[in-house]
Ligand binder design. Structure first.
Ligand SMILES: C[S@@+](CC[C@H](N)C(=O)[O-])C[C@H]1O[C@@H](n2cnc3c(N)ncnc32)[C@H](O)[C@@H]1O
Length: 202
């Protein structure tokens, strides 16, 4: 299984944004929509061996974490286009409005869950799956010997990570890089997926 944990410091935690202007009104939920596209979509098929957590810290009610479980998501739920994904996320946020418990997940649709888990909760919960932090100044991905069973990647948004988050991750997960420039989160996910395909990691 492949896991992607994407932290957004700004993406809204309620369906209070306009579908006509997703980047301008949702705290860059468009970045999350494109990242989901890169994580799951293949030409005419879907990566069932992928799990994505999007950890949202934008207003008005952070944190909200949405888990997408490729193996359980029904066809035509998560589509390639950004607008339908932003609507889907809005529907999930609406369904999770009244969640009180800090870590309990609620299944909104088959394979799609919402909770109040923090970024740290998500990392701790998945630490057994061989996590890596994707950062520009890490070890070259080509030097990494990935395990054959489970592998996970932690990515930031347009603002990267805070000092506090980096301190939390330091020593907990290895830091790796895909190249010498700061790339878009969705492009990094696409690259990692294709790279793992090429080197034969399921
Ligand atoms: C647009 S970048 C963030 C740039 C942000 N200004 C910063 O300084 O961190 C979004 C995310 O993509 C990932 N990323 C970007 N470039 C990368 C690279 N060369 N190697 C590995 N991950 C990268 C990181 O997880 C980063 O947090």
């Amino acid at each position: 299984m492949r896991i992607f944990i994407i932290k957004s410091s700004t993406a809204h935690t309620a369906f209070d944004y306009s579908i006509k202007d997703i980047p301008g009104t949702s705290g860059r939920l468009d970045l999350i929509c494109r990242s989901l596209n890169a994580a799951f979509q293949l030409s005419h098929s879907f990566r069932k061996n992928v799990r994505v957590y999007t950890v949202l810290y934008g207003p008005p009610d952070p944190p909200k974490t949405i888990r997408f479980e490729g193996a359980k998501i029904k066809p035509k739920t998560l589509n390639p286009d950004e607008v339908s994904t932003a609507k889907l996320i809005g529907k999930i946020l609406n369904a999770g409005k009244d969640i009180k418990e800090p870590t309990k997940e609620r299944e909104v649709l088959p394979g799609i869950y919402i909770s109040r888990m923090t970024f740290e909760d998500v990392v701790r919960k998945n630490i057994k799956y061989n996590l890596y932090l994707l950062e520009e100044n890490g070890v070259d991905i080509e030097k990494v010997k990935f395990p054959q069973d489970n592998v996970g990647f932690i990515l930031g948004d347009q603002n990267g990570f805070t000092e506090e988050e980096l301190n939390f991750l330091e020593g907990l997960v290895p830091k790796i890089t895909i190249g010498p420039k700061p790339y878009l989160t969705s492009h990094v996910i696409a690259f990692v997926n294709i790279y793992l395909d090429r080197i034969g990691i399921p």
